[in-house]
Ligand binder design. Structure first.
Ligand SMILES: Cc1cc2nc3c(=O)[nH]c(=O)nc-3n(C[C@H](O)[C@H](O)[C@H](O)COP(=O)(O)OP(=O)(O)OC[C@H]3O[C@@H](n4cnc5c(N)ncnc54)[C@H](O)[C@@H]3O)c2cc1C
Ligand code: FES
Length: 288
């Protein structure tokens, strides 16, 4: 097996080696890729565009968060992708076998702004929106052993709650919500957030657009009550290219300079992380 990955162009096209690919929950797979130069440059909240199969079908790569890094002797040598099977691309990824080459582009996009260790960091995940938070939590814990970290995770039922044990093992407070009450609080993950909001906290969120919409209205309400805190969301719009060439990933962004009060921004290059107040949630597509 090739011990390192190669970069096929000056920037970010890479070829790594699959070192693991296992189903860890129903239709949810953990894919490990060895690629030290990618791992050394990745920051929490960034993503990559993965070639799901070798060959040209499907033509377009698919976007995935950097879920975690793999370390050897304390050095980052690879990455983990946590992926849920949705359609042709994600199904093809489940067939990837250990030892084969896998092409990808990245790291891409703007990471989360992780603020300072004196802030109470609250990570809010809906469904597979959990994926970026293992690396976020690991990074934060390495930065400070004392910082208060909370992970709020929601899913349809107990089978769709991801990374709770792994993130708890890093010394984070974990609270769970499920739609059907099969695990944790019965209801939405934003209901767990409400009592924790206070001035000086920092909220990082990733999940489906309906979750972001209720998060945005909760944040607006709390700020109207006088609380001051930062809240960033990582959007998961479909991304045909991932590097700004196609405009398939646009989101409506508030803009006083435009007559309609908004403009479209490419979430792959301007995001995927945005302050929650930057997005016009009343205009966002609700396909997820
Ligand atoms: C920045 C970013 C990070 C992401 N991180 C992860 C991750 O870590 N793990 C993970 O499992 N997924 C992640 N996704 C979503 C992932 O890219 C899609 O699930 C994947 O592209 C679907 O490809 P497919 O070929 O299997 O499905 P397709 O055949 O392309 O689509 C099948 C159906 O699913 C719908 N669909 C397409 N994209 C999405 C989506 N994002 N959400 C819901 N429905 C969709 C389509 O409209 C279509 O109806 C991320 C997306 C973005 C933009
Ligand atoms: S995915 Fe093509 S411009 Fe963003």
């Amino acid at each position: 097996m090739n011990a390192t990955c190669s970069s096929t162009s000056s920037a970010q096209m890479r070829v790594g080696i699959v070192t693991g690919n296992v189903e860890v929950a129903p239709d949810c797979w953990r894919l490990e890729i060895r690629c030290p130069e990618f791992a050394r440059s990745a920051t929490p909240g960034q993503f990559l565009m993965l070639r799901c199969r070798q060959g040209l079908d499907p033509l377009l790569s698919r976007a995935f968060s950097i879920c975690d890094l793999i370390y050897e002797g304390g050095e980052p040598v690879g990455l983990v992708v946590l992926q849920v099977v949705i359609g042709v691309g994600t199904l093809a990824l489940t067939k990837r076998v250990v030892g084969e080459e896998i092409g990808f582009l990245g790291p891409l996009g703007n990471p989360y702004d992780l603020g300072t260790p004196d802030e109470h960091m609250i990570m809010v995940a809906g469904g597979i929106g959990a994926a970026p938070f293992l690396y976020v939590a690991r990074f934060l814990r390495a930065r400070s052993a004392e910082q208060r970290l909370t992970y709020l995770v929601g899913g349809r039922n107990k089978d769709f709650v991801y990374l709770a044990d792994e993130i708890a093992a890093l010394g984070c407070d974990v609270q769970i919500a499920t739609d059907d009450g099969s695990l944790g609080h019965q209801g939405y993950v934003t209901q767990l957030l409400d009592p924790l909001l206070a001035s000086g906290v920092r909220v990082l969120a990733c999940g489906p657009n309906p979750m972001f919409k209720s998060l945005a209205s909760l944040v607006e309400q709390k700020r109207a009550e006088g609380l001051e805190f930062a809240c960033q969301v990582s959007t998961e719009e479909s991304m045909p290219c991932g590097y700004g060439a196609c405009a398939g990933c646009v989101v409506p962004l508030r803009s006083d300079n435009h007559p309609d009060g908004f403009r479209y921004g490419k979430s792959c290059v301007e995001g995927p992380v945005f302050p929650v107040e930057a997005i016009r949630w009343d205009l966002i597509r609700s396909i997820h």
